[in-house]
Design a binder for this molecule. Sequence first.
Ligand SMILES: [Zn+2]
Length: 87
Amino acid sequence: MSGEQLEAFLDAMPAGQHSMSELFDYVEDELYDTECDHTLRYSMRFMMEQGLNFPKITNWLNENGGYCDCKVMEQVAPYWRAKFGDD
Ligand SMILES: [Zn+2]
């Protein structure tokens, strides 16, 4: 991602910073002992449990290459963590 794309990515943040960091942690933990089934099932579960705006977040994840849980960790989480840290 270029600096400009990164700006746009972060400006379009679909939920609070804390919620998004927790989402990435949650998905990472779940994928630690389960294979990704190439859907957003853990992301979805987390969003439902937390009452987050899942159409908006899903859209944002998809736009940034996060088509399923493993892609979220591969394509989206590293940029997020580079910016906001790992906690
Ligand atoms: Zn996957």
